[in-house]
Design a protein around this ligand. Structure first.
Ligand code: URA
Length: 196
């Protein structure tokens, strides 16, 4: 059992916050052993809660399509959420839920992964790392953060509701592609053999 399997098995028994009482199951996320890119969403939705996997509903289909457009498969990236259990009616997770869930589960995942770049999907994930950033201002612009750079992107569910933004979204994924192919010197050096 590797360190992530061990973490996942503890996570699956978690009862640290009220979301544990309404969930079908914990959605630990997918940790890729090849990639250095980590996507982070907000919380599992209905499909994810039923299947135990992140981003498998309509948002996930769009995420997969956007990844393929820049030559990446889902298996080459890590996909996590800020909180690991579905909030009832897909409401935003509360401050307390985020605080306890991230300190027990997300932070150890990130410590173990050492991502070269974190791509946040949506406002909740962005504001977890950068509480004062406005998604409409910073989407598609790589941000400096303590341990890794962050590329804030809109949440795919938001794009599905605002399909007029699909070209902007494609451009923002283009920023990720650009970052992977020529990261700034000394930062985010990726092993390109893992990807192409
Ligand atoms: N939305 C999220 O933020 N995460 C998922 O896993 C699915 C939908």
């Amino acid at each position: 059992m590797d360190k992530f399997d061990l973490l996942n098995s503890k996570m699956r028994d978690c009862s640290l916050c009220p979301l544990s009482r309404s969930r079908t199951q914990v959605v630990p996320g997918i940790v890729s052993v090849v990639g250095d890119i980590c996507f982070i969403g907000e919380a599992p939705g209905r499909e994810e809660d039923l299947r135990g996997e992140p981003f498998v509903g309509r948002s996930g289909k769009l995420l997969d399509k956007m990844l393929r457009e820049i030559g990446l498969e889902r298996s080459q990236v890590s996909i996590l959420n800020i909180v690991k259990c579905r909030p009832p009616e897909n409401r935003d997770p509360t401050k307390d839920e985020i605080a306890v869930c991230s300190s027990y589960w997300l932070n150890p995942q990130l410590d173990g992964l050492h991502p070269k770049i974190v791509v946040t999907l949506g406002r909740v994930a962005l504001n977890f790392f950068l509480p004062h950033a406005r998604i409409t201002k910073v989407a598609g612009i790589v941000q400096d953060y303590k341990e890794f750079p962050i590329l804030p992107l809109f949440h795919p569910a938001y794009i599905l509701r605002n399909m007029n933004l699909i070209e902007t979204y494609q451009e923002h994924f283009g920023v990720l592609n650009q970052y992977l192919t020529s990261p700034p010197k000394g930062k985010g050096q990726l092993n390109l053999d893992d990807f192409f």
